[in-house]
Design a protein around this ligand. Structure first.
Ligand SMILES: [Zn+2]
Length: 348
């Protein structure tokens, strides 16, 4: 994997990753936006941080393809966030970041604990092809993307103030995607969210993901080969939730061979094809790439979780009263039935 770094000013960088060495033709790109106002306040009733980022209200909303900030740049046309004429995978600091590494003056509020929400928010453009999606990319391209996620994780964790790195994707207008170009995001934050901490503790002490990968029941399996498996977790929280993991217990991709990474990439592409075929309609989903938070390295089993947001062709799984208020999930689809439905779909 090759990487070219371009300084974009105001502490922002553009990282261009490729399978083979590339020469990039640079042109002018979108200017950086001053980072200000990002902060977090402690909700002492719930014992959790709430992040505030007023800057994000003015971010780009569903632009046409001609005005897409993630497409490669064309001289004389609309300026983009990726000011080169072609690329394979691009990662850059979000202009409308929810977190900031730039030191800020935070006004103290009487009786409320508040501080700067330190961290980075990166955008990952999967390809320069505006009309592609994860399922239309080749295994080589998705393998490269998986290596990029791992490389970003290791790079961002070099900052000792960063405790947790989460690559994720929101897919589909139904769940608030503001850019159609195939892309995901990475949040690198200075704290470990409570639910992530709990999951990491359970991975470390009870080996949950590793045990599932080794011994999940056959009826929950969707697909597997010698290196990786995709399955519905027996305690799925979303209808048609899918987890994809290598058999080998690793923190990240640098501990796997090229063939093992290709297997996971293949399972990821197939899983998304199954979800899109399930209701003959692109499935809106969130995808999380789970790396160990700081302090849990070496006691963690890397996995990718797809959380689809539809429970039927025209029915979205809304997080409503019980879910929003209590955090408890109600699902109409039993995991064994979901697995059977997904497994029975024929994909090429
Ligand atoms: Zn685009």
């Amino acid at each position: 994997m090759f990487c070219k770094v371009i300084d974009r000013g105001k502490s922002r960088k553009l990282y261009l990753y490729s399978l083979s060495k590339k020469n990039y033709k640079k042109i002018k790109g979108l200017d950086s936006v001053d980072q200000k106002g990002q902060h977090m306040r402690w909700n002492s009733l719930r014992d959790e941080w709430v992040f505030y980022s007023p800057l994000r209200q003015s971010r780009t909303f569903l632009p046409s393809e001609n005005n897409c900030p993630l497409c490669a740049s064309v001289k004389g046309k609309t300026l983009t966030d990726i000011p080169v004429t072609d690329y394979e995978i691009a990662v850059f600091d979000n202009r409308f970041s929810a977190l900031s590494i730039v030191s800020q003056n935070i006004t103290k509020i009487e009786g409320i604990l508040n501080e700067q929400s330190y961290g980075r928010c990166e955008v990952v453009s999967y390809t320069s092809d505006h009309n592609a999606s994860l399922k239309t990319l080749s295994i080589e391209q998705v393998s490269l993307l998986m290596k990029v996620w791992s490389e970003r994780y290791m790079h961002l964790m070099q900052d000792k103030n960063i405790k947790y790195v989460l690559p994720f994707e929101n897919k589909g207008e139904e769940i608030g995607v503001t850019l159609e170009h195939p892309h995901g995001q990475i949040y690198a934050m200075s704290m470990i969210p409570e639910i992530i901490n709990r999951q990491a503790i359970n991975q470390k002490e009870k080996n949950i993901v590793n045990n599932l990968v080794k011994s999940v029941s056959e009826e929950l399996e969707i697909s597997k080969d010698d290196n990786a498996i995709s399955f519905v977790p027996p305690f799925a929280r979303y209808p048609y939730e899918i987890w994809i993991a290598p058999f080998k217990k690793v923190d990240c991709m640098n501990q796997l061979s090229g063939r093992e990474i290709d297997s996971i990439a293949n399972q990821l592409i197939s899983s998304i094809k199954r979800l899109d075929t399930l209701f003959d309609n692109p499935m809106p989903y969130t995808m999380a790439v789970h790396f160990p938070p700081r302090g849990f390295e070496g006691n963690f089993h890397y996995y990718i979780a797809l959380q689809p947001m539809k429970r039927d062709k025209n029915k979205l799984k809304f997080l409503a009263g019980i879910e929003q208020i209590s955090g408890l999930m109600l699902s109409d689809i039993v995991p064994e039935v979901a697995a059977l439905d997904l497994k029975s779909i024929k994909i090429d």
